[in-house]
Structure formats: structure tokens, C-alpha cells
Design a binder for this molecule. Structure first.
Ligand SMILES: NC(=O)c1ccc[n+]([C@@H]2O[C@H](COP(=O)([O-])OP(=O)(O)OC[C@H]3O[C@@H](n4cnc5c(N)ncnc54)[C@H](OP(=O)(O)O)[C@@H]3O)[C@@H](O)[C@H]2O)c1
Length: 351
């Protein structure tokens, strides 16, 4: 059984706390070190973090002293997960990679770097090879891998079978995003209670760009990006967990909703045989009941790692239309990063 000591950067934040909860009983990874800002460094974790997970803070971390996010203070870990605020992730993650400590990050900062894999293990596991293009250390021991924006995960997971079967011409979507996606304390209650906010600053460009890298093809040492327009409207809704998307897709090779649903049902995950502990047995679940999926009922399906799909139908504009939903801080953040780490172990990138 693999056995690694891990650190968490941004451990006091919403994503950092999710890492702690998901790693609590992980069979391969043991939390050794927690890092956050200088506001938190030096304090016991239980005093530094405003714990918002709906389970008791694990004893194994409550007494750990929070460290400054400096690579020199993390010499005792094999790699780090990052849930750092994007205002500081660029420098801190590079410092760790330069020191030969691999970084598996949720932050947006390196997602579009042509040498950094933007990874969903079920979609583009071969992109992992980009790591060899990174120059942080001469021996290749330090590198960065990222996971996508939390809307992009259910979007691309459902587009992948369609792309493989029919090709994609264009995508239009509206996201209805949970408030946990804004971190803590996040959106003021007076803004979000009984309301919908029609803009999430900075979100739409990520939804436009990241799918094209994820659905791109590894050619030699580069990703040739997919080439289709994505038009997104990102909204915030009064839901705690689970981002819902209404997606309409134009296909290169015409197909109707029945055929689209069939290819999604028949699609086989390329990592299905690797026995990764966090991999959901069914990455996509198609609901027949037209009332589903719903964030409150289905965000936790398969430990929050499954993408739920429903209401697949023929579209009046473009070809097919459906809703997709996934847990934003699990599948869209910490759980996705943990699955990335498991794949990186299996493929021999984490020594
Ligand atoms: N929430 C989601 O659904 C989601 C999904 C996907 C990706 N992400 C990304 O994941 C990252 C974390 O998001 P979040 O929602 O967890 O944010 P958050 O709750 O605001 O947490 C931010 C973390 O960054 C730390 N930090 C801030 N300034 C720092 C500094 N100068 N040096 C070191 N650490 C510093 C904070 O430590 P202190 O407590 O000490 O300030 C805290 O631990 C962001 O990049 C976000 O875009 C979030």
C-alpha cells in the first residue's frame, strides 16, 4: 500500500478544511503539516481555523501548529495539496516546486500554463506527461499539477463522451453556483438569501477557456487545444453545496438526445481499472426522473465525486440540452485534487 506524508497549504480555508476531512481516513496519505497565512501561523490549528465542515475537527489535526507557507518549513512531507487564495498561490506554489516538493493545486494560477497539466483523471489522464516539460528543478522532482474550476468539472465530464462520439461544435451554459464556492465568509447573507446574483466575478473566462485545454490532445510535448466556442453565464444561488449547470450543446455529427444519453451511459472511464481509492465507481449518473438531479439530494452521491445528469432532451437551439451537477468543494476542488494525487502515485510521478 502506498504511504505518503502530505502537507496542506491554505489549510484554514473552505477547501483546506475539505482536504482535512477527506484525508482523515485516506489509505495512502497522512496529513503531516498544515500551512496558512501569517495570521494563522504559529497557532494550533483548532485556534487558527474557523471550522465549517459538518463533522467534528479530527483530533489528528486540531493540535498541529499551523506553519508559514514556506517550502523550508515543509521538508518532512512528500508533496503538498494547495487550497491557497489565488492572490498568493503563484509565488508560494513556485517556491515549493522549486524546492522539489510537488504541488497539487486547486488555485487557478497555473491552470493555463502550457507545461502544467490541468487534470480530470477520467477525462485527460494522458496530459500528466506535461510534467516532464516543467523546469522547476533540474532532476524533475518539483512540479505543479492543477485541477479545473468547479463548474468546469461537471461540464467537461459530460462533454467528454459527446466529444468522443460526435465532436463538439459549440456550448452554451448557465451555472447556478452554491455559496460554498465563494469560501468563508463568502457572499453576504443579505445579498444571497431569497435571491440570485447574475454575475460571479472572474468565473466566466475560466469556463470559456479551461474546457478547451482539458478536451485538447497531447501532441508531442504540447496540448493542442480543442476548438469550439463556450458561452457561459455564471450565477450564484442560495444553495450550500453543489453547482448546477444548464448545458446546451451543438454537435459536429448530428445526434439526438437518445443517442447522446446512450453514449454517456456507455462511456467507460479510462481510470476504471486503476483502483484509485477516491475514484467514483460511476463518474456519471444519469437520472431518469425529470425532477432530478437536485443539489440537496445528489451532491453527496458517491462521496461527492459523481457528476449527476438529468433532463436530457432535444434542443430547439443547437442539438441537445441537459442539466449537470457536482459537489463544488469535493469533486470541484479537494476531492478532485486527491484523485489527481492518487493517479500521480499510480503513474509513478510521486516517489
Ligand atoms: N471554494 C470552492 O468551491 C473552490 C473550488 C475550486 C477552487 N477553489 C480555489 O481554492 C482556493 C481556496 O479557496 P477557498 O474557498 O478555500 O478560500 P478561503 O476559504 O478564502 O481560504 C484561503 C486560504 O488561503 C490562505 N491564505 C490567504 N493569504 C495567504 C498568505 N498570504 N499566505 C499563505 N496563505 C494564505 C488562508 O489562510 P488564513 O486563514 O490564515 O487567512 C486560507 O487558508 C482558491 O484559489 C479558490 O479559487 C475554491
Amino acid at each position: 500500500m502506498p504511504d505518503y506524508n502530505v502537507g496542506i497549504l491554505g489549510a484554514t480555508g473552505a477547501v483546506g478544511q475539505k482536504f482535512i476531512r477527506l484525508l482523515q481516513d485516506h489509505p495512502w496519505f497522512t496529513i503531516k503539516a498544515l500551512g496558512a497565512s501569517q495570521r494563522s501561523a504559529g497557532k494550533p490549528y483548532k485556534d487558527a481555523a474557523n471550522w465549517i465542515e459538518n463533522s467534528v475537527m479530527p483530533d489528528s489535526v486540531s493540535g498541529l501548529t499551523v506553519r508559514d507557507c514556506k517550502s523550508a518549513d515543509f521538508a518532512d512531507v512528500d508533496f503538498v495539496f494547495s487550497g491557497l487564495d489565488s492572490s498568493v498561490a503563484t509565488e508560494i506554489e513556485a517556491d515549493f516546486a522549486n524546492a522539489g516538493i510537488p504541488v497539487i493545486s486547486n488555485a487557478k494560477n497555473y491552470r493555463t500554463d502550457p507545461t502544467v497539466p490541468l487534470l480530470i483523471p477520467e477525462v485527460n489522464p494522458d496530459h500528466i506527461e506535461l510534467i516532464h516539460q516543467q523546469k522547476f528543478t533540474s532532476d524533475g522532482s518539483g512540479w505543479i499539477v492543477t485541477n479545473p474550476n468547479c463548474v468546469v468539472v461537471p461540464l467537461v465530464t459530460t462533454l467528454k463522451p459527446l466529444q468522443d462520439a460526435f465532436g463538439i461544435e459549440s456550448v452554451i451554459l448557465t451555472s447556478m453556483q452554491a455559496i460554498s464556492g465563494a469560501g468563508y465568509p463568502g457572499v453576504p447573507s443579505l445579498d444571497i438569501m431569497g435571491n440570485v446574483i447574475p454575475l460571479i466575478g472572474g468565473e466566466e473566462p475560466k469556463i470559456h477557456e479551461e474546457p478547451l485545454k482539458l478536451l485538447g490532445t497531447l501532441k508531442g510535448d504540447k496540448i493542442e487545444h480543442a476548438n469550439f466556442p463556450v458561452q457561459a453565464t455564471a450565477t450564484r444561488v442560495p444553495v450550500i453545496n453543489g453547482h448546477m449547470l444548464s448545458v446546451t450543446v451543438g454537435l459536429k455529427q448530428r445526434a439526438d438526445a437518445k443517442e447522446a444519453e446512450r453514449v454517456m451511459r456507455e462511456w467507460k472511464s479510462p481510470i476504471a481499472n486503476l483502483n484509485l481509492p477516491t475514484a467514483p465507481p460511476r463518474p456519471i449518473q444519469i437520472h431518469d426522473d425529470e425532477r432530478y438531479p437536485q443539489p440537496r439530494l445528489h451532491a453527496d452521491s458517491e462521496n461527492g465525486m459523481q457528476t449527476a445528469v438529468g433532463r436530457m432532451r432535444n434542443a430547439n437551439v443547437l442539438d441537445i440540452t441537459y442539466v449537470a451537477m457536482a459537489h463544488n468543494t469535493v469533486r470541484g476542488a479537494a476531492g478532485g485534487a486527491i484523485l489527481n494525487a492518487e493517479l500521480l502515485v499510480k503513474k509513478g510521478f510521486i516517489k
